[in-house]
Design a protein around this ligand. Structure first.
Ligand SMILES: Cc1cc2nc3c(=O)[nH]c(=O)nc-3n(C[C@H](O)[C@H](O)[C@H](O)COP(=O)(O)OP(=O)(O)OC[C@H]3O[C@@H](n4cnc5c(N)ncnc54)[C@H](O)[C@@H]3O)c2cc1C
Ligand code: FES
Length: 253
């Protein structure tokens, strides 16, 4: 059954939480009520033909929070929206993380892959947040994860905050304590996290990114190769994902 629709969301709060990273609070009770962790919004940007996909970072009362980094023209224009502006949003889209009741999860985020883990972590009975950044200045949302009751582990590439290195190091130290792992971030990170989970026999869900057109499974722009029951098959990141079981993903294309 189609649950998504086009909604108008009011930008009620806006801040730049790190250089070129924006935190928007968008108000619309109707869409907030049905949005699940790991889903995304497809946001129309004035002057651009294609919408831009941005993950749901959090949902509180009648608001959805998104956190995005300026990458090109679309996200730059989005960052210029003003408080009180109405954003044209198609959503909520995609299949999010499957968080089972009573289980313990590690939520692993790398860089701009961190935001979608916050609402997801809030759903878990017990949550470890394992967050990786380039350096201390790029670190975002650490206080939010703490406030959400997560046990927090930080890794930075230059060692300026938390441990020096990649998220896989702190994750390896706690993997025995969790029932499953959810991850979002760059492909090499996801691949390494998936491999660590495989070795330790832990289920792993990963959120993938692909360029998108329609966002609803109609245009084939976002195809990704997966291992199906009858051999390799292409799935849509927008409709079948963005969250997939790591074992399903054809990591080497
Ligand atoms: C499911 C999903 C969730 C996402 N969640 C977030 C998020 O929470 N925060 C965040 O900062 N970014 C997120 N992204 C990435 C974000 O969509 C891109 O950075 C953005 O579309 C870039 O648009 P642009 O016009 O600024 O850049 P340009 O590079 O000028 O974009 C040109 C075209 O390529 C597409 N594109 C470029 N980079 C990406 C990318 N990495 N993924 C998908 N399409 C891309 C654009 O949508 C546009 O159609 C997400 C992507 C997907 C697929
Ligand atoms: S974006 Fe059109 S099928 Fe996924």
């Amino acid at each position: 059954m189609k649950k998504y629709d086009v909604h108008m969301l009011e930008l009620v709060e806006k801040s730049e939480i790190a250089k070129n990273i924006f935190d928007f609070k968008l108000k619309n009770a109707q869409i907030a009520k049905i949005t699940e962790p790991g889903q995304f919004l497809h946001i129309a940007v004035p002057g651009m033909v294609l919408r831009r996909p941005i993950s749901v970072c959090d949902v509180t009362d009648d608001c959805i929070r998104i956190v995005f980094r300026i990458k090109g023209d679309g996200t730059r224009r989005l960052s210029e929206a003003k408080k009180g502006d109405m954003l044209d949003v198609l959503g909520p889209l995609g299949n999010g993380f499957d968080i089972e009741k009573g289980k313990t999860y590690a939520f692993v985020g790398g860089g701009i892959g961190v935001p979608p883990m916050l609402y997801s972590a809030k759903r878990a009975e017990k949550a470890y947040a394992v967050l990786g950044f380039a350096n201390k200045d790029a670190a975002i949302l650490c206080g939010d994860f703490k406030e959400a009751g997560c046990e927090l582990f930080i890794a930075t590439e230059d060692g300026s905050f938390g441990v020096r290195g990649f998220v896989t190091e702190p994750l390896e130290n706690i993997i025995d304590r969790v029932d499953g792992v959810c991850a979002c971030g760059p492909i090499p990170m996801l691949k390494a996290v998936a491999e660590l989970c495989r070795k330790n026999g832990k289920p792993c869900q990963v959120s993938l990114e692909e360029r998108m057109g329609c966002g609803i499974g109609a245009c084939l722009v976002c195809a990704c190769k997966t291992h199906g029951e009858n051999g390799d098959e292409y799935k849509h990141v927008c409709k079948n994902g963005p969250v997939f079981n790591a074992e399903e993903v054809a990591w080497n294309g």
